[in-house]
Design a protein around this ligand. Structure first.
Ligand SMILES: Nc1ncnc2c1ncn2[C@@H]1O[C@H](COP(=O)(O)OP(=O)(O)O)[C@@H](O)[C@H]1O
Ligand SMILES: [Mg+2]
Length: 363
């Protein structure tokens, strides 16, 4: 079992509140990813769960037992860091067995466990090597192996793949997903990379300035964000945000909007909450991948003149200066005529448009 509950967690360093009132339930076997910009408190929160940092207030329960004041080694938690923190003078085998030896596990049992874990992680050929004779990916696997042999209730990962090159990062990401499926253990994973969050998480926790902005499955956060911060953080390239003026309400409760940056004089967008108080000036959010072919069913046609075009092969990105300091990005597929300065005809469906107020609150 590895059920975790955080209640009212707070932490300040001096005057700076780094974690502000965090409440969270993590079920046994979940893969929860903490994501957010650098400095938002992800590592601090993880270290508080591990017991490496003391909370100023709040409670941490694991399987219903308050461990807030328990020693890190007594919490049933294993942590894997971005820097692998292996013992340089020990072999792979010794690194993995060290914690077990400290815990008094007999040699034969230790060896068996290390061998079994090395097989899972494809580390068998390297057991006699020292860390400096390993690649970055192999070192990170040893660090993960050292966590696995301890059979923790909860695994904590703090940006474990950030020091690896892009290709290796993708491979390790898939290995971690497989590992979670095999072990079925509770995992909490910190990253600033929204792609890692989207691909690994059963649920994502979006943090900003020490506060939880939203918790949900990757697709919930992608399609139904609570605010502009979450909408902008999840998804790549980032959601476009353009100003819009409210013209009125339809009988069915839709908002009639004028969106000059998209050349849309009067489009009707449905509110998430029909009872929202809607100001005159709002912000319309539309994802780059939600620009469709012109004349798509239930869409409004838009036209743009790209100033920059990026061809990535299967997909291209067209950038236009929307007349504001932020430009508009459209994802385009299969348009051979796509060129800087050529008119690009596309369309947007009102169902793909999200509305926010000036403070970024979803309407
Ligand atoms: N030991 C510390 N002393 C003072 N400030 C700290 C300490 N650790 C972290 N901080 C500050 O707390 C904030 C959150 O840090 P951290 O949890 O490491 O962020 P993240 O992991 O999301 O990048 C940052 O502003 C950081 O400078
Ligand atoms: Mg960090």
């Amino acid at each position: 079992m590895g059920k975790l509950q955080l209640k009212n967690m707070k932490k300040a360093f001096g005057e700076t509140e780094v974690i502000r009132n965090v409440d969270l339930m993590v079920d046994d076997g979940e893969f929860v990813v903490f994501v957010g910009p650098s400095g938002c408190g992800k590592s601090t929160l993880l270290r508080m769960i591990a017991g490496l940092e003391t909370a100023d207030s709040g409670e941490i329960e694991i399987d219903g037992i308050d461990v807030s004041r328990s020693d890190p080694s007594k919490r049933g938690i294993a942590m894997v860091f971005q820097t692998y923190a292996l013992y340089p003078h020990m072999t792979v085998e010794e690194n993995m067995a060290f914690g077990l030896e400290m815990a008094g596990m007999p040699l034969a049992e230790r060896q068996q466990l290390v061998e079994k874990t090395a097989r899972t992680l494809h580390l068998e050929p390297y057991l006699k090597r020292k860390p400096k004779q390993l690649s970055g990916g192999q070192r990170q696997r040893v660090a993960i192996g050292r966590a696995i042999v301890r059979d923790p209730k909860i695994f904590l990962f703090d940006e474990p793949l950030s020091n690896l090159d892009a290709e290796l990062r993708v491979r390790m990401r898939i290995e971690i997903a497989k590992l979670h499926a095999d072990l079925g253990a509770t995992m909490i994973y910190v990253t600033h990379d929204q792609v890692e969050a989207m691909t690994l998480a059963s649920r994502i926790v979006v943090l900003r300035d020490g506060l939880i902005e939203q918790v949900g499955t990757p697709l919930e956060l992608y399609s139904d964000p609570d605010n502009a911060f979450v909408a902008g953080f999840i998804g790549s390239p980032k959601m476009n945000f353009v100003p819009a003026t409210v013209l009125g309400r339809t009988e069915a409760g839709g908002m009639r909007l004028n969106v000059p940056d998209l050349g849309l004089a009067d489009i009707v967008v449905t509110l998430r909450d029909a009872n929202s108080k809607v100001p005159q000036q709002v912000v319309l959010g539309i994802r780059p991948e939600h620009f469709l072919d012109p004349d798509t069913a239930d869409s409004a046609n838009v036209s743009m003149i790209p100033e920059v075009v990026e061809h990535l092969g299967g997909v291209s990105y067209a950038y236009t200066d929307a007349g504001r300091d932020s430009s508009l990005i459209a994802e385009v597929r299969g348009k051979p005529g796509l060129k800087v300065g050529n008119e690009l005809r596309l369309s947007v469906r009102p169902v793909d448009c999200l509305l926010f107020d000036g403070d970024g609150k979803r309407l």
